[in-house]
Design a protein around this ligand. Structure first.
Ligand code: ADP
Ligand code: MG
Length: 333
């Protein structure tokens, strides 16, 4: 087993970072000679040190030897740009790139960014594939051989009351536009309907949101000019086919559709999804409470985690992380 570590690069690492980038670039240039015109600026140790000082970067070592690197750039608009991910060719199969990207996304989230963006070559299918598998979507049509990709970062909030779940719903309503699909996952009683009530309040739609026992889908028309809310309970739906059978398509692109129990069923409704997973992390269930080893009074506290995961280009630039993170101060319209 080799030992792989990813660290935030300091100015002292500039020479190593630069060496990795240059080695990777030599390979890229020889590939370019085969598939397209060469066009890449040279990096020097000084220019790399400057970038590290300003926006930072990452260095990955395998058994202590530099194996991968990237540089960060603040794009403004809540996006952190990755300036290429360089991995040494002979180590490319060792998970170096995956590890570096994983840490880059953690750094972006820690620094309060909503999105990670980057530009890659569109004529290298393996590279395009690598990023798409990690949830990076095309933000614009390719410009020449340059492709701009981006990913809206997932966000987790911890709740302690039904109001907190409701407020997360309110924040989602603020982000939502006609045609959006929100998929809610979580056990019975997790708070899916409570969160949907927050969305309904935020969208200012008519009718009470209930756990529909016999009704599979209910349309809540807007009181103002916004979209309607289509609230679907997919609990008794076995497959995607049956959801098609609901014959909701007519309203979907003019509505915000929220599907409880929608995982594995509703993904086909839109390419741009917000997936919301609610989990009890403590309390409510004594086994969980014991496992967490909490004091008796804390055992009674009902702590849940809500993770919002955006999928698709639609959410890049929408500010999902900041909006959901601010749910503790949410005030309904
Ligand atoms: P679901 O639709 O997932 O089955 P509900 O929204 O009907 O769940 O909520 C079930 C119960 O849990 C309700 O009594 C609700 O008030 C409560 N609840 C919802 N969210 C939370 C939360 N974050 N913390 C504590 N209780 C909650
Ligand atoms: Mg429900």
């Amino acid at each position: 087993m080799s030992d792989l570590e990813v660290v935030e690069a300091s100015v002292n690492d500039a020479a190593e970072v630069c060496a990795v980038i240059q080695a990777a670039m030599r390979v890229a240039v020889s590939a370019q000679e085969r598939v397209g015109p060469p066009a890449t600026a040279q990096q020097t140790v000084e220019s790399v040190a400057e970038v590290i000082e300003r926006d930072g970067g990452l260095l990955c070592r395998v058994d202590g030897v530099p194996a991968g690197a990237l540089l960060f750039a603040d794009e403004g608009n809540g996006a952190l740009r990755l300036r290429g991910v360089a991995t040494l060719p002979h180590l490319q199969s060792r998970g170096v790139a995956t590890a570096v990207v994983g840490v880059a996304e953690e750094v972006a989230a820690d620094r309060g960014y909503d999105d990670v963006v980057l530009r890659i070559r569109s004529d290298l299918p393996a590279t395009v594939n690598f990023w798409q598998r990690r949830g990076y979507a095309e933000l614009a049509p390719p410009a020449g051989t340059c492709l701009t990709l981006g990913k809206a970062l997932p966000v987790e909030v911890v709740t302690r009351s039904p109001h907190d779940s409701w407020a997360v719903g309110g924040c989602i309503a603020r982000l939502a536009k006609p045609g959006d699909v929100v998929i809610l996952t979580g056990d019975l009683g997790a708070g899916k309907t409570t969160l949907t009530r927050g969305i309904a309040k935020g969208l200012r739609v008519r009718g009470e949101v209930t756990s529909p026992t016999f009704v599979i889908a209910r349309v809540h028309p807007p009181m103002g000019h916004g979209p309607a809310l289509v609230h679907v309970d997919a609990y008794r739906l076995g497959s995607t086919l049956e959801l098609d059978d609901l014959d909701l398509d007519a309203a979907l692109d003019e509505s915000v559709t929220v599907v409880e129990w929608g995982q594995g069923i509703a993904e086909g409704l839109a390419t741009n999804l917000l997936s919301v997973a609610i989990e009890r992390t403590r309390g409510g269930d004594t086994v969980a409470a014991r496992r967490w080893g909490q004091a008796a009074e804390e055992d009674a506290e009902d702590v849940r985690s809500i993770t919002v995961t955006p999928t698709g280009a639609r959410w890049v630039g929408a500010g999902v992380r900041s909006a959901v993170t601010a749910s503790s101060t949410y005030v309904a319209p």
